[in-house]
Design a protein around this ligand. Sequence first.
Ligand SMILES: [Zn+2]
Length: 294
Amino acid sequence: MSQYKCLICGYETDAPEAGDVGACRGNTARFRDRLHNLWKCPNCFTIHNIDPVDFEDIYRDYPLNKRCLDIYARGTLSNLLRRLRRAGLTKQASILDYGCGNGVFVQYLEEKSYTDVSGYDPFVAAYSKQPERQFDCVVGNDVIEHVADPRQTIRECSELVRPGGLLYLGTADSEPVKMNDLESHLMRLHQPFHRLIVTEKALHALAEETGFEFVRSYRRSYMDTLIPFSNYRFLDEFSRALGHDMDLMLDPASAKVMLRRPRLWFYAFWGYFFPSAFEPAVVLRRPLNQGASK
Ligand SMILES: [Zn+2]
């Protein structure tokens, strides 16, 4: 078996081109001083982390699981909810947030009077029970880049959608990351947590495999809003100002970096118009007549 095999398109090689491999540091306190080895498939441009991984270990102290439902989270999650409402989500719908982390979106939906909301995350004790029913809407937001096999996870998610129900899949984007300039993309690379980062085209191809109908697709990040501070570019610049340390980003005391970096204020208000990365997403509907998905 080849040492480098693309899980998305099946391309394989024993001797990758020098321009398709690279190493970068992580963007959390624990992983920022370690190098993580990446390979970009020359056929479908999926970026793979090629190091062995122990998921239990890397998620045991995952900083994003300390995220709270603050004003910034509310701004971006309101945009995510708007996408679901546009696809027909009602307050009575049963909703599963698959890969919910510490449950900020679950909390947000409950706060907005959604009455039947569940979360699942194998690495968070409070949400680790596997769902045993189907839902009107399954949300897999920022999930497929975190798993060993995105296709398998999409299959699991789609089987949890009732016929006629909705599936939302959103993920990081591997375009136009150059393997010889990984440092400027540390936030989206988010090593070693992002195991595979696909392109928008690959996401659409994976979505198509479900046999579900396309309701809508998005290129911009759900985090990109016109609400001050709630846009991807601002987060990216804020991350850079803090040396790409997500633990620091989540520490309220870090806000004082705003005093030293006036350009952050510019991006806080206008960052929406200067995106530094996209985060493609699709909203799909399971056909009423579809039995078990492929
Ligand atoms: Zn590939």
